[in-house]
Design a protein around this ligand. Structure first.
Ligand SMILES: Nc1ncnc2c1ncn2[C@@H]1O[C@H](COP(=O)(O)OP(=O)(O)OP(=O)(O)O)[C@@H](O)[C@H]1O
Ligand SMILES: [Mg+2]
Length: 288
């Protein structure tokens, strides 16, 4: 798999801030990967996304150290608009920024600004509406949509730019659980279509279900990086950072503490079911 994002010793200090928001962070993202980033509030997750999308330092100025390469080229050598064509960035309060009186206009407006031919705009609009399953709401005012649907409009607007990479920065944290599920389903679908996804989440159940690999940040520093299972089942770290592992993981860890032998630490329900089956079978055999 080819590398699409390379973050090399990236540090950033916002203008007028006393301390670094991100300190010497390095990682790479491969094409088609589903990467999760977790960490407590203020850990620097959003600042890293802003670095990747060029918003830092082009919109939020400050001291930028190290380098971030997108498709092999430093972000500073791209304009924000060029990067928006490669990376779709959907963040927490994006849905409050809908400008237009209906969904179609919302999706089409940035494309018209880029001078994209009318026929192509139409194709991209249809594709984006289809991907987020909002075709039947195309003429609706955003006001009459649920939070989840509004967030899907934002997602469609990003997708209409045809990005290879999609960053969801706590994009589901302000919406109802059903809406969040809808967004995650679209993210998974896009990943299956070959798009690279970066998911920033507090909810570790979501990460367990979707992410191949997880990066843990604290206080601007990268603490750990590894397969989702390894990170989520690391009790010492999750406790230290006040992160809550998936419930099935917590249950397994509690059983281990009671001296019950387990051959796996599950992070997903299906794994927990399989593990429980084995534990019960072993107990049954022991009682015979
Ligand atoms: N525009 C800004 N100007 C100055 N400091 C900022 C700015 N944005 C963020 N910071 C600071 O940078 C640090 C990292 O913030 P960042 O938003 O990247 O963290 P985060 O991990 O995304 O947190 P959260 O989980 O709350 O979204 C924090 O100390 C924050 O106060
Ligand atoms: Mg953030």
């Amino acid at each position: 798999m080819s590398t699409v994002i390379e973050v090399n010793n990236f540090s950033f200090t916002y203008k007028n801030a006393q301390r670094k928001a991100v300190k010497d962070v390095s990682f790479t993202v491969k094409k088609g990967e589903f990467l999760g980033i977790i960490g407590p509030t203020g850990a620097g997750k959003t600042t890293i996304c802003r670095g990747i999308t060029g918003i830092v330092p082009q919109i939020f100025p400050g001291k930028f150290e190290g380098e971030i390469l997108v498709q092999g080229k430093p972000t500073q050598e791209y304009s924000i608009a060029e990067l928006a064509g490669i990376i779709g960035y959907v963040h927490q309060d994006a849905e409050s920024q809908l400008l237009m009186t209906n969904i179609e206009k919302e999706i089409v407006f940035p494309l018209e600004n880029l001078g994209i031919p009318r026929e192509e705009i139409k194709e991209r609009l249809e594709r984006a509406l289809r991907l987020v399953h909002l075709e039947q709401y195309r003429n609706r005012h955003p006001y009459y949509l649920s939070g989840g649907q509004r967030q899907r409009v934002v997602l469609a607007t990003a997708l209409a730019m045809n990005p290879d990479i999609l960053i969801l920065d706590e994009a589901t944290s302000e919406i109802d659980p059903l809406g969040a599920e809808e967004i995650m389903a679209v993210a998974r679908e896009l990943n299956e279509l070959g798009k690279t996804i970066i998911l920033i989440e507090h909810n570790m159940e979501e990460l367990a279900l979707y992410a191949d690999r997880i990066i843990v940040l604290e206080d601007g520093v990268k603490l750990a990086e590894g397969p989702a299972k390894q990170i989520l089942a690391d009790r010492e770290m999750t406790e230290k950072l006040d992160l809550y592992p998936p419930e099935v993981t917590q249950l397994a860890l509690a059983l281990l503490k009671k001296g019950i032998e387990l051959d796996d630490i599950p992070v997903e329900l299906t794994e927990a079911e399989a593990l429980l089956g084995r534990v019960l079978a072993a107990a049954g055999r022991g009682g015979e």
